[in-house]
Write a protein that binds this ligand. Sequence first.
Ligand SMILES: [Ca+2]
Ligand SMILES: [Ca+2]
Length: 94
Amino acid sequence: MAAGAAVPGQIEFDLTNDPALVAVCPGDINGDQTQDILDLIFILRDISGKSPLTGESLFAANLDGDGDIDVLDAVLLLQHIFGDKPLANCTAEP
Ligand SMILES: [Ca+2]
Ligand SMILES: [Ca+2]
């Protein structure tokens, strides 16, 4: 995990793999406050290389917190969609 170079007078932004440090809803890749089939499509498109995720969506998609997006994350989201293993609910910020 590489730290960004500090620029004096500016806020340093360090990319981290810790989802707790990034304000995203796990599983909500498109940011509409729900985790559904549309988000699964984003994960599948990332895995297939058609449309790699970036920024916050990358953190939202990494459901098992292992640092990259793969089929395990897709399975976790599928389990949520089918109700087998629900993820934490997303609620809109007030
Ligand atoms: Ca969503
Ligand atoms: Ca993962």
